[in-house]
Design a protein around this ligand. Sequence first.
Ligand SMILES: NC(=O)c1ccc[n+]([C@@H]2O[C@H](COP(=O)([O-])OP(=O)(O)OC[C@H]3O[C@@H](n4cnc5c(N)ncnc54)[C@H](O)[C@@H]3O)[C@@H](O)[C@H]2O)c1
Length: 325
Amino acid sequence: MIHILVTGGAGFIGSEFVRSLLASRPGVRVTVLDKLTYSGVAANLAPVAGHPGYAFVRGDICDPVLVDEVMAGQDAVVHFAAESHVDRSIAGAEEFVRTNLTGTQVLLDAALRHGVGRFLHVSTDEVYGSIATGAWTEEQPLAPNSPYAASKAGSDLLALAQHRTHGLGVVVTRCSNNYGPYQFPEKLIPLFTTRLLAGRPVPLYGDGHQVRDWLHVSDHCRALALLLEGGRAGEVYHVGGGTELSNRELTGLLLAATGTGWELVEQVADRKGHDRRYALDGRKIREELGFEPRVRFEDGLAATVAWYREHPQWWQPLLERAALE
Ligand SMILES: NC(=O)c1ccc[n+]([C@@H]2O[C@H](COP(=O)([O-])OP(=O)(O)OC[C@H]3O[C@@H](n4cnc5c(N)ncnc54)[C@H](O)[C@@H]3O)[C@@H](O)[C@H]2O)c1
């Protein structure tokens, strides 16, 4: 039986990972460690609440005593817990430094002490900065622009250093923008979808020509499951979605999917230091592990909008939470 500690498992991607792992791997034991910050939602894990292989611990990854306790007996760690929203890091970076850097180091130290075999550190394409043409390989030097991206870049380096210095079985993943159900309604797709469904205006940053690559959360979690077993320690792997869209193009698709029009789009001042384009070269994970994203963007987006349309009881209480903090 394999025991996996999942940090940040009540968030968007972590909860998809936990739900899909418990559904597909008989005998696996999953312990979620999550502080339930504003973006941690207990309801995301309701579908697995009665599963015999599942346990939930509410707590902070920066708490070394608690982390030491939950690390005992684990075979692997999948580390999602982070402050994850760029705009919040621009408003105040302190919590990003605490959770993303200190919290990651606390986990790495406990994993080493307890002889954990595998530490999957989930990171982002934003650590590279911005790229006008072409795509980054895993060898690209880091040049983060936002405090969020800088804190993630730092945590990647701490994780890799724990491998090089102490031999911990670290694998770092860097993925593009995820979308899908259960995403907190502060990120572009759920923010715009929930607002448009309610007939409310949406804010488009600057000229809207910032380009992002989109990855369905289920494809991301499938890649993580492959890397958990087959990723080489000390290596970085990209997980891209293969669908590049400008924010303006994506807005057009969301207007069409919700049956609304451009009169609901308000052009607002651009985000400070806004990266123009991200693009990942996904050859390494394809060649080593045969990973390809499966969800066609049009299908994934339609299903995502439908999910938000059908689950207002999930997102309506979160709108207030997003606005208050
Ligand atoms: N969403 C994306 O498009 C995307 C893209 C690339 C990388 N990532 C990375 O993937 C990971 C998960 O992202 P997400 O979108 O699911 O984020 P999220 O904000 O939805 O979830 C983060 C989770 O971490 C928990 N958490 C935060 N601080 C904590 C702490 N100190 N101790 C314990 N738990 C804490 C929160 O309660 C929440 O459940 C993050 O590391 C993020 O940087 C996300």
